[in-house]
Structures are given as C-alpha cells and as structure tokens.
Design a protein around this ligand. Structure first.
Ligand code: GLA
Ligand code: ZN
Length: 665
C-alpha cells in the first residue's frame, strides 16, 4: 500500500521548451522562474517527436540534452515523455496506415494528435524505435526520474488491420462461432455468423444492436491500448528497468478499462480538471474526491500522481470562468489528502500560438512572475514542502463502492426500462456523498476487487456480472460482510445474456432473500415514495418490484399498484447482511440509510465534526479539512490539534474560510 517514488511532493508540470527553441534566453528565464515558483520538476517531451526526429532516421537530441542538463543544474527532477501522442507529418505522409480510420471507414488526414491506429505494425515499430533511442540516450541522466508514456491514450480505429485484430481477439475469447452465436444471441433478427470475416466493428451504419458485440469491441479496444502501451514500454523496461513508468489517465474516461490498465503501470497518474466555481462547487468536490479514491484504489491504496491540473483556467469549457483565488491550492491539497504525491500543471508556460494558447499556465504571455497565478503557485510550492510527511503513504478505506468500468459499458448499451435515466456514475456519487460528508474514507473498486478488506461494500446498479461475481458476493456476505445492492442488480452476464430463473441472478436471490418480479420506470414528473424508519422518501426514475423471500422489509413503496411491497430489505445470510434498495436513490435516503449502517459498524473516521460542504480526510498522521462552501465555516475539533502549516496549537472552534483548508496533526 505504501510506495515512495520521491522523498517530497512533486510540484511541476508539462514543460515544452521545444516550442521556444529559437529563443534560448527564455529557457534561462524558465529556470529562474521555476526556482521562484517553488517548482521541483518538469515533464518534458510529450509532443516532441518532430523535434527529435525531424526527418525519418535523422535525429536531433541536442536541444533535449541541453534542457535536461539545465533542469538538472537547477535541481529539477525530469519526468521524460515518450512522444507517441502526436506524430511528425513525414511519418503520416510516408506511412498512411498509421493514421486512424473512423467508423465510416474513412481514413483521417494528418492532423491534431491522438490520431493513430492502435494496430499498425509500422506505427508500433516507429514508436519503439524513438523510445529506444530516448532510453539509451538518457538512461544515466541524473535528472530523469520517471517515464510519462504517450499522453491520454484514447479513441479507436476502424481500419482493416483493426478489424482483423478484432476478429483475432474474438477467436481467442470464444471457443468457436457456435459459442459466439450462442453468447451473442444471434438467433435474434437472423444474425447468425457463419464465418469470422462477417464480423466488423460496431457502427451506426452497420451493426450496432448486438449488445454483446459492442461489449466485446469495448474490451478489444481497451486491450489494444494496453498492448500498444506494452509495445511502447518494452524497450524502457529493458534499458531503464529502475525508472518507473506511468501514463496519464483522464478522469472516468470510458474508452479504456483503467482498472485493467492499472495493473501494467508502476504508479497511476491522472489529469484533474474540475469545473470549480460555476455554481456546483460542492458537486465538483464530491466527484473529484470520488475520482481520486478510484485511482488510489486501483493499486491497493498506493499513492498516485496528479499529472495535470490548471493553475487557472482551461480553454475547452464553453465558458472558461476563472476559479476563485486559492481554489487551485485547495484543489491540489484535496488531491494530496486523497493520496496524490504530486501537484502538476498543464502547463508551465503558455504557448504563443496554437490551439492551447489561452489555456492557463504558471507563466503567462506577460512573461514575468508578477501575476496572481504565479504567486499562488509559488505559495502552494511552499506549502507542499511542509507536507513531506505524507509522501509514500497509501491507505485503504473500510468501505468500498463498486464502480466497474465494464459495468459502465454494459449499463450504457442496453435498451430498456428508463432509457432517459442511465447515470451510473451519478448513482455511485449519490452513495458516495454521505460517506464523504462523514469523513469516511472510501475505496472505489471493480467487481473483481477484494471485498474481504471492507466492512461495507456498496454496489449501485450492478447490472452486469463478470464471471465469479455471484460467488464472491455470496462468500463475502457469508463470512460476515455487509453488502448493499440497488435496483437492476444481477440482470445479465458479461455477454449481456439475461440470467434465467428470476432476478437477481441465481443464488443472489438467496443471499438477498428477495425475488424481483418486475421493474417499473417513472417518467419525468411521476414519482413514488418509500416509507423508511418513519419518514417518507420521494422515489424517481426506477423501481424494482420485489417479493421478500426471507428478507426483512425495512421500507415499503407508498403508491401505485405495488404500494405496500418491499422497497428496502435486509437479509441475514451466514454471518453477514445483504441489503437491497430497490429504487433509484433520491433526496437524503442514502444519507439516512447509510448513517445507521456506518454507526452500527462504527465506521466514523476522524473525530472532527464538520458542517455541510466541509469534510475531513485522514492521510498518514495528518487530518485534512476542506471548506467547499461559498462562505466561511466553523469546525469544532474533538481535541487539541497542531496546524501543520502554521505550527500553532488549535483548541476550540476554528474558522475555515471559503476556498480554504486545514492540515492538522
Ligand atoms: C489534456 C492534455 C494536455 C492538454 C490539457 C488541456 O489533459 O493531456 O496536453 O491538452 O488537456 O487541459
Ligand atoms: Zn487501425
């Protein structure tokens, strides 16, 4: 769980000196400014391929030698990137196959970035070649401490090579066409496949209704990214076995199964761009906390890097509002509280031209340090130096929420029930928020994670079950675990085939002591209600209609023909308890329901009671407390604490200003 890559929190970000190659005085100015900004690291070379290999086989590493030496001389650690995220024009012109083909079969022209075929042997070879040269040249460079592989892997390619690779993938995953036809339920609409060559990637003008095939395609694309990545890192592993490897993930991006990809990186890193101060700051704080927890959980609680964030604005929102002063500092410390060992920015210096010239940066077009943003970055750098104590400290929560990438795919492709309300992440966040408010650390795990570490596992909308999940839920509850499931649980297997014999799947009916006979969907404006513990809760969107077969009914529907039937149940099974919440969570139901469970399980974390929109998080010996409200808030610590940043002792009530936070010991 603990894992240390540096002895201090990394503070830095994307640095593109290659854009300023003709003004070497700017490079020197960068060094001066980096020192002033309390920055200790730079991520270099992310999009540098055309500068490193201006023509095929003609290389120019001198500029990179020089900048790495400069950075080293100034005491900066370098995170060195591989440049596959964007390619030189000559490469695309000479080897057409490296360019991506869209779902209509049209090959993209050269342009933008992240525009490569995932299968192309030529592209893989070219990437391997440039990566090999980088590794050979810099394997002993004292500044180079980590590899940043490519950039934000994403997208998919539908070229003929990718189609063939998809068919090969299917052959490896299904015994034969009979099995594939059976599992894809191809008797429906006469879709029997008689030869592998009849299968093409899913697309709107072709096959897009065979759900199992769409799931297979998602799995194939995800595997293709991982195999592309493995090809990229092969030379690095060989030449620089001691330099750790990461690639920057994008929040909950659905195109790659990050929970699977995580197994192949030494540490997780991700790019964090919340939309602060646009009317939903608390919602952003909750969601961002959830994402941090998701990434921390991917490697068993191990610290991760926040590889990118903006020191001010982005340029890709519709309207790029400036967050309040010191919001970025609060946001960065939030990352640290959740397990980040770095605060990094996109970008160090604003580019003069190009698509991102109005994206925030530490150094603005004015070129000097006398800006609000620069001062705040420098201040944060000072703060981070005082937090070395958390570096390397990982942690796990005692509660887990299952958010499974492949379930997200499955949930979003089926047709039925409430087609307008299919918000898997939103549902998970509704269960996460009350725990966040109570300061309870939560892990976010896939359905094949290890449940036994947790006192409580919450599985919102666990519609699709991967192989083995039924047994794992049963064993967990039998051994004394507490498991909460919600509506539409255990409906299909991993190929989207419905379980026969009633829902939830197979023996989950015994574990939960229920049978779900029907599922009702509520159009906008039509509600039901559930009476639970003497209070009525409004119910919207979706309602499973249950029979309690052994479970105790804790709450009942109040309206419609199923009034009086169970809506919240608990079943004692073995040494544990299995709860079922049959409806989409709304209002404060989750808060009240989980409040009782966490109290009974004594899960409440820190002794600091926090008011609304303020929350506490423990990491190592520090307790972090954040105020995301628009006004100042007061907390009442249960004992005397030391304010780690100021050194003063705190007794009695403490005011935390809006956008503020405390680090206590
Ligand atoms: C992503 C990319 C960066 C940059 C930023 C802008 O995270 O990785 O190269 O484009 O977005 O916010
Ligand atoms: Zn392709």
């Amino acid at each position: 769980m603990d894992k240390k890559f540096f002895n201090y929190i990394i503070h830095g970000g994307d640095y593109n000196p290659d854009q300023w190659i003709n003004t070497p005085e700017i490079w020197d100015e960068d060094m001066r400014l980096m020192n002033l900004a309390n920055v200790n690291s730079a991520t270099v070379g992310i999009f540098s391929w055309s500068m490193l290999e201006p023509e095929e086989g003609i290389y120019n590493f001198e500029w990179l030698d020089e900048i790495l030496d400069k950075l080293h001389k100034n005491g900066k650690d370098v995170i060195l990137a591989t440049p596959s995220g964007a390619r030189p024009a000559w490469l695309a012109q000479k080897y057409h196959e490296v360019l991506r083909v869209n779902e209509n079969g049209i090959r993209n022209e050269y342009g933008v970035r992240h525009n490569h075929c995932l299968t192309s042997p030529v592209y893989r070879e070219k990437v391997r070649n440039i990566n090999t040269l980088l590794a050979e040249r810099y394997k002993n460079h004292p500044a180079v401490k980590m590899w940043h592989i490519s950039n934000e892997y994403c997208g998919e390619c539908h070229c003929e090579m990718c189609q063939q690779a998809f068919r090969d993938w299917l052959r490896a995953h299904y015994k034969d066409l009979d099995e594939l036809n059976r599992k894809w339920w191809n008797g429906f609409w006469s879709h029997q496949i008689t030869d592998w060559s009849q299968i093409n990637s899913p697309k709107d003008r072709g096959e897009n209704h065979v759900v199992a095939m769409k799931l297979a395609w998602r799995r194939f694309v995800s595997d293709s990214h991982i195999s592309f990545y493995k090809n990229e890192i092969a030379p690095l592993r060989e030449i620089t076995p001691d330099i750790p490897v990461t690639t920057n993930f994008m929040r909950m991006y659905g195109g790659i199964d990050y929970q699977d990809f995580a197994k192949h990186v030494d540490l997780i890193s991700w790019d964090n761009y919340p939309a602060w101060d646009r009317g939903n700051t608390v919602g952003q704080a909750v969601e961002t906390a959830f994402v941090h927890d998701t990434f921390r959980s991917m490697k068993d609680g191990q610290p991760f890097f926040m590889m990118e964030s903006t020191p001010s604005i982005v340029n890709w929102h519709d309207v790029n509002k400036i967050p309040k002063p010191f919001r970025q500092e609060q946001s960065s410390i939030q990352a640290v509280a959740h397990g980040a060992d770095s605060v990094q920015y996109f970008q160090w210096r604003k580019s003069r031209g190009g698509h991102e010239k109005f994206h925030g940066a530490v150094v603005d077009h004015c070129g000097h340090e006398n800006t609000r943003v620069f001062r705040e970055v420098s201040h944060l750098g000072d703060v981070l130096k005082k937090l070395d104590g958390v570096v390397g400290k990982g942690y796990n929560g005692k509660v887990a929420i299952i958010y499974d990438w492949q379930n997200e795919w499955a949930v979003n492709v089926f047709c039925g029930y409430n087609n307008n309300k299919r918000d898997y992440l939103g549902e998970c966040l509704k269960w996460y928020k009350p725990l966040w408010e109570q300061g309870i650390a939560v892990d976010v795990i896939p359905m094949d994670g290890d449940f036994s570490k947790y006192n409580l596992v919450i599985a919102p909308f666990l519609y699709m079950l991967k192989d083995g999940t039924i047994d794992r839920i049963e064993n967990y509850v039998k051994a004394g675990g507490n498991f909460v499931a919600t509506y539409l649980t255990g409906i299909v297997d991993k190929d989207d085939l419905c379980y026969l014999g009633g829902f939830p799947a197979s023996k989950l009916k015994d574990v939960f002591g229920i049978w779900c006979e029907e599922t009702d969907s509520l159009p906008e404006g039509i509600t039901n209600a559930v009476a639970f513990n003497g209070k009525d809760y409004e119910v919207i969107d979706i309602c499973d209609i249950l029979h309690a077969n052994g479970a105790e009914t804790l709450g009942e529907y109040q309206h419609d023909f199923y009034a009086g039937t169970p809506a919240v149940t608990v079943n004692e099974y073995g040494k544990g308890k299995a709860y079922y919440v049959a409806f989409a969570n709304a209002g404060d139901f989750a808060e009240d329901f989980l409040g009782e469970i966490t109290k009974a399980l004594k899960l409440n974390a820190s002794g600091i009671r926090t008011p609304d929109d303020v929350y506490a998080r423990q990491r190592g010996e520090y307790t972090f407390v954040f105020n995301f409200a628009d006004e100042n808030k007061t907390i009442s610590p249960d004992r005397e604490y030391t304010n780690v940043l100021s050194g003063e002792k705190l007794t009695g009530d403490v005011v935390i200003p809006t956008c503020g936070y405390l680090v206590l010991k």
